[in-house]
Design a protein around this ligand. Structure first.
Ligand SMILES: Nc1ccn([C@@H]2O[C@H](COP(=O)(O)OP(=O)(O)OP(=O)(O)O)[C@@H](O)[C@H]2O)c(=O)n1
Ligand SMILES: C[C@](O)(CO)[C@H](O)COP(=O)(O)O
Length: 221
């Protein structure tokens, strides 16, 4: 089966702050987008790879050393950006892995876990079980406990059969937090595969430094 990838990099990174969006800030000598893209571009079983950029970034010489990929313009929401990438792939792949450019430390093992699950499942996502106690807070006070049983922290790449996830996006242009949620809205069952603590999403200011440490600790990063 032909496996493609969509890497979404069209957000503005408001929660992370900084003088440019988080996916373009310096990280281990490159950028988060570089490392996220490279994980898919150098995988021997994956291609084509589509990079989704903010319209303002299309003309910018943001990444002279980027892996060779196709580029399309994203939209105002993550879902709109993903859909732009999926539309560009229509008819050219069987499977698609959808990944955040803001998750630069994704490993080959996490990617391969999703691909393996897609051989028998309609959709698959890496995730980590919640291990901490969970509370609801009100006015700075602990107001109650929430069971952690059966709760997971979602990661990417989220994997699908390309026609299925295109159908889900077209049926639900209102979008959702992630593609798993849209897939479930059209009735797809989504398998959970092993995630990794290293596969963090750069979201808040300190996350860049953490990702930097993870990448520099890897051999030949
Ligand atoms: N309109 C958008 C919004 C998000 N993304 C991408 O989706 C991924 C996950 O989104 P998130 O972490 O929420 O990124 P931002 O929207 O950029 O962050 P923030 O909400 O802090 O502004 C990121 O790689 C981001 O670039 C995108 O391609 N298009
Ligand atoms: C897709 C995702 O990375 C799953 O954890 C996440 O939903 C992306 O965006 P969010 O704005 O941080 O929810």
């Amino acid at each position: 089966m032909k496996i493609s990838a969509v890497v979404v990099a069209a957000g503005r990174g408001l929660r992370a702050g900084g003088d440019q969006p988080k996916q373009w800030q310096p990280l281990a000598g490159r950028t988060s987008t570089f490392f996220a893209l490279r994980a898919f571009a150098r995988h021997p079983d994956i291609g084509p790879v589509v990079l989704v950029l903010h319209p303002d970034d299309l003309e910018a010489d943001l990444a002279p050393e980027m892996p060779a990929v196709e580029v399309v313009a994203g939209g105002a929401t993550r879902s709109a950006s993903v859909r732009a990438g999926l539309e560009a792939l229509e008819g050219r792949a069987d499977l698609v892995l959808i990944h955040d450019a803001a998750r630069p430390c994704v490993s080959r093992a996490v990617i391969d876990g999703v691909i393996a699950a897609l051989q028998s499942a309609p959709a698959a996502t890496p995730a980590l079980p919640v291990v901490d106690a969970l509370w609801r807070g009100e006015d700075g006070q602990v107001a109650g406990s929430v069971t952690r049983d059966g709760l997971y922290r979602a990661q990417t790449p989220q994997g699908f059969h390309l026609p299925d996830i295109l159908r889900a996006h077209r049926a639900h242009p209102e979008g959702a937090a992630d593609d798993v949620e849209l897939a479930r809205r059209v009735g797809l069952r989504v398998a959970i595969t092993p995630g990794s603590e290293d596969n963090l999403k750069i979201t808040l200011p300190d996350d860049l430094a953490r990702a930097d440490r993870i990448l520099r600790d890897r051999d030949g990063y």
